[in-house]
Write a protein that binds this ligand. Structure first.
Ligand SMILES: Cc1cc2nc3c(=O)[nH]c(=O)nc-3n(C[C@H](O)[C@H](O)[C@H](O)COP(=O)(O)OP(=O)(O)OC[C@H]3O[C@@H](n4cnc5c(N)ncnc54)[C@H](O)[C@@H]3O)c2cc1C
Length: 425
């Protein structure tokens, strides 16, 4: 259960403050607590709360396990996921996470994030992390002295409007789209991706379509516009998450009625229209746009940025939670050594290796929207070993440098796409 101690002094001291109790924050906090550190999470919302990002990759369970939370996640009754299926017109291609070159976990989960994030945060609290809900970080100052203790002074606003201070040796910003330190410290940088938008909802799906596999996310491509795609993420309770993603201009004049907008795109896409023929649309659609984000640096004296607080690419390969947890695990390891008094190099040990996998995902996201990666995904005669390497990335193993499609993503993808395009011509 969450630890809800009430602060009673004006300035408090904590070794580590984590901003945000989403996946990045809960995993980082638990990993540091397990190594014996004093960790406080400040979370501005009350849990459970809605969040988007419901289809997990295999690799993210490695961090859930590292943080001692796998049993609780397995016991929560989420929908099993064993791969990803892609549909475009008559073409259909399914990747099975049991067949990856990385030989990772064959299954993962599709989760209602309200419940999943609550499980993780409660698990962190059960391991001794203090979690304060409905409190918001509103200001942050960091000492320029590299060895100053404390390095950070944070201002926290409680639900009743009162503000108090916390001094900390280190701050991990896991505030997601809140992007607390990038905003407060002027670290934001433009994303290289065009502005895209998602419109989505949850439905009672009643799917009885013969090709539909509840154990996979279904990614459907619009028949006319290859840059418009849909996710269908089944849950274990007969419902699914349904969304459409497209560049902003495709939504012009349509955002006044989000339900009609989403249904309209689905009606234009025969395969998906058939899959969802019996769905009960009982929940108002929502929208989020301009979510791609970047920063000038992932770390500074007294802080590091985790998950979406740092960078967000695109939802197409469901990589967000995996990147968030991977960054949490890597940062926790470096910070532990720093707090033990060891010399650490945040750039060489955290930012650069983290970026390696993020850049691999980036290459495949760019390839998805250019059409190259779609040609690879739908190519019917792929070599099984090449397909296993692609499947590894789809399962989240984008840091597995034994995989040539991780080491040289752009070059390998271009060469493979040319092969597929040549063979299909
Ligand atoms: C349309 C769309 C679809 C997506 N689909 C997927 C998917 O299928 N699979 C996937 O893995 N990812 C997906 N993602 C990405 C996913 O949503 C994020 O990558 C993931 O939630 C990031 O986790 P996080 O812990 O970094 O941040 P979050 O989960 O956003 O958690 C951040 C927490 O910080 C808190 N916070 C914010 N500001 C403050 C503050 N000032 N003080 C205190 N607390 C604060 C917030 O309340 C929140 O609880 C999708 C994203 C989009 C936009």
């Amino acid at each position: 259960m969450p630890n809800t101690d009430v602060p009673n002094v004006e300035t408090q001291q904590h070794a580590i403050v984590v901003i945000g109790a989403g996946p990045a924050g809960a995993i980082a906090a638990a990993l540091l607590k397990r190594r014996g550190h004093d960790v406080l999470i400040i979370e501005r919302q009350r849990f459970p709360r809605f969040s988007i990002g419901e289809s997990l990759l295999s690799h993210c369970l490695d961090f859930v396990e590292e943080a001692g939370m796998l049993e609780a996640v397995q016991a929560a009754g989420f929908q099993l996921k064993n791969g990803a299926a892609f549909a475009c017109g008559e073409r259909y291609s399914a990747f099975d996470f049991g067949h990856t070159s990385s030989q990772g976990r064959p299954t993962t989960f599709q989760v209602q994030r309200a419940q999943f994030d609550q499980v993780l945060a409660d698990q962190a609290a059960a391991q001794g992390v203090t979690v304060r809900y409905e409190e918001e970080i509103v200001a942050a100052a960091f000492s320029e002295q590299p060895h100053a203790q404390p390095q950070a002074t944070l201002q926290v606003r409680r639900a009743d409007g009162q503000v108090y201070s916390i001094q900390a040796r280190f701050v991990l910003d896991a505030s997601g789209y809140g992007r607390v330190l990038p905003r407060l410290l002027d670290l934001e940088a433009p994303s290289q991706f065009p502005v895209r938008r998602a419109v989505f909802t949850h439905v009672e799906d009643r799917i009885d379509h013969p090709t539909f596999d509840r154990n996979k996310i279904l990614v459907s491509v619009h028949p006319e516009h290859r840059d418009i795609w849909f996710w269908t993420i089944p849950f274990s309770n007969g419902r699914c998450s349904q969304g459409v993603v497209a560049a902003d201009h495709h939504f012009e004049g349509k955002l006044g009625d989000l339900d009609a907008c989403l249904k309209g795109f689905i009606q234009q896409t025969p395969h998906l229209r058939d899959v969802l023929a019996n769905a009960v649309w009982d929940t108002p659609a929502r929208t989020i746009g301009g979510y791609a984000a970047n920063v000038k640096t992932l770390h500074g004296p007294g802080f590091a940025l985790l998950g979406n607080a740092a960078e967000f690419l695109d939802p197409v390969f469901s990589s967000g939670v995996t990147i968030a947890m991977r960054s949490a695990s890597m940062a926790a390891a470096v910070l532990h050594r720093q707090l033990q008094g060891e010399p650490v190099d945040w750039q060489a040990e955290f930012a650069t290796p983290l970026k390696k996998g993020v850049d691999a995902f980036r290459a495949y996201v760019e390839g998805w929207y250019s059409g190259d990666f779609q040609d690879v995904v739908f190519y019917p005669n792929a070599q099984p070993d090449v397909r296993a390497m692609i499947c590894s990335i789809l399962a989240g193993y984008a840091w597995d440098t034994r995989n040539p499609f991780v080491n040289e993503p752009q070059r390998r993808l271009r060469a493979l796409a040319e092969l597929c395009q040549g063979a299909s011509a």
